[in-house]
Design a protein around this ligand. Structure first.
Ligand code: MN
Length: 256
């Protein structure tokens, strides 16, 4: 059988030539989106931060971010909002046949257009919140980026202050619910962007794609108990919480 198949393949090659074989395979064996899927999933493999499909324990207590983010907001945000995204993502991966053992969340987000709105909203919701918790630590006065990311910000934005203004504007000007991001693009440039709802720059549907280094939740549930309608006050205070050591590690990895 094996020889027959090989002989058949040789005859086929002779008859069609290599280009014909490749074209024939592409048309008959591979689904039309296979090329795109491989490209988008591979772009961030080993570069963007991987997040497990399950909710991870917080690395600090609910009141650790006081007075910038109050304990009740953290408790509700983590145990109600974020936990619901995680649960709904689990339901969606089961319903839509995603093998979470072999498909990383980063790879799934890279081809999110192939899945349901439920997968998009909750896959993004789960990833974004886990990423967000790890981006913060207890407040520090005069908190600022150091090391090579600081140099890259000066190169790409002009100054750290200019970066902060751009990022703050991205969050302030997001109409309705969404996120502000610091992203490294494929050509290794730092940019800021905002995404609606629970989208993020890893998603193939995102207008701007790249590796997220820092994200800020600007949904009202993230700040309303303490700041009510004053989203700019929340963002300005939040800079004290940024864990720049973590952001620096993401930056170094994204440069590889
Ligand atoms: Mn949130």
């Amino acid at each position: 059988m094996k020889n027959e198949r090989n002989n058949g393949r040789r005859e086929f090659l002779k008859a069609t030539g290599k280009a014909g074989l490749v074209a024939g395979l592409a048309a008959t064996v591979l689904p039309s989106w296979a090329g795109d899927l491989a490209a988008s999933a591979d772009s961030y493999a080993g570069v963007a931060e991987e997040i497990p499909y399950t909710q991870q324990p917080l690395l600090y207590k609910y009141d650790a971010l006081e007075p910038v983010i109050d304990a009740m907001t953290m408790d509700i945000h983590y145990n109600k909002h974020a936990a619901a995204y995680t649960k709904n993502l689990g339901d969606a991966t089961t319903a839509e046949g995603v093998n979470t053992g072999s498909t990383s969340l980063v790879a799934l987000l890279g081809k999110i257009s192939k899945y349901s709105a439920k997968m998009r909203n909750n896959g993004g919701g789960h990833y974004n919140h886990e990423f967000f918790w790890k981006s913060m630590k207890a407040p520090v006065e005069g908190n600022a980026p150091q090391s090579s990311i600081q140099k890259a910000m000066i190169k790409d934005f002009g100054s750290v202050e200019a970066f902060k203004t751009q990022f703050t504007d991205a969050g302030k000007n997001r109409f309705g619910s969404g996120w502000a991001w610091l992203v490294m693009t494929a050509d290794k440039k730092l940019v800021t962007v905002s995404t609606p709802n629970q989208d993020n720059p890893l998603m193939d549907i995102s207008e701007l794609k790249g590796t997220p280094l820092l994200g800020l939740d600007v949904w009202e549930h993230a700040y309303y108990l303490k700041y009510q309608n004053r989203r700019p006050d929340y963002i300005n205070a939040w800079w004290k919480l940024v864990n720049w050591e973590v952001v620096q590690q993401r930056f170094a990895k994204a440069l590889l």
